[in-house]
Design a protein around this ligand. Structure first.
Ligand code: ADP
Ligand code: MG
Length: 142
């Protein structure tokens, strides 16, 4: 699926809609340059999952986790941002196996940095800035 948005709130709405289709164990891998709108998209996902807390960029901690209720099940939403991840030692210390567990939903910014370690079954979201307002968002389930 491919869609164009022309504001951050439109991008968040696209993400909110996607969030409604997410199931436990899903991994949303976000691709796109700095400033493309990955964090904006994650904020939309979080809203769609019913998270009321403000989503801050994980930056130094790589991952921030939020409790969610999905169909009356208590799960965890993990927001990972690998922007500052330089080598695989960083990623190992993330405890990815635990994070990609069945009891969570994961949104992963800069997913290309651990391409070889991503689960095969995932939802790829690629965001491309066309100009200062327009974003092309491609969503592909594999
Ligand atoms: P990333 O996480 O990919 O580095 P951010 O989500 O932090 O990017 O930032 C995206 C920036 O682009 C924000 O400043 C936002 O206001 C701006 N922006 C402009 N138009 C859009 C749009 N259509 N969708 C998402 N963000 C947009
Ligand atoms: Mg970001």
């Amino acid at each position: 699926m491919e869609i164009k948005t022309n504001s951050p709130s439109q991008t968040q709405k696209v993400a909110e809609k996607l969030a409604k289709s997410l199931k436990k164990g899903d991994v949303v891998a976000l691709f796109g340059d700095l400033g493309a709108g990955k964090t904006i998209f994650v904020k939309g996902l979080a809203r769609g999952l019913g998270i009321k807390k403000r989503i801050l960029s994980p930056s130094f901690v790589f991952v921030r986790s939020y409790p969610i209720d999905l169909k009356n099940r208590k799960l965890t939403f993990h927001h990972i941002d690998l922007y500052r991840g330089k080598d695989f030692k960083d990623f190992e210390s993330l405890g990815l196996n635990e994070i990609f567990s069945n009891d969570s939903i994961v949104a992963l910014e800069w997913a290309d940095r651990i391409k070889d370690y991503l689960p095969e079954k995932r939802i790829d979201v690629t965001i491309k800035a066309i100009d200062d307002k327009i974003r092309k968002i491609t969503i592909k389930r594999s």
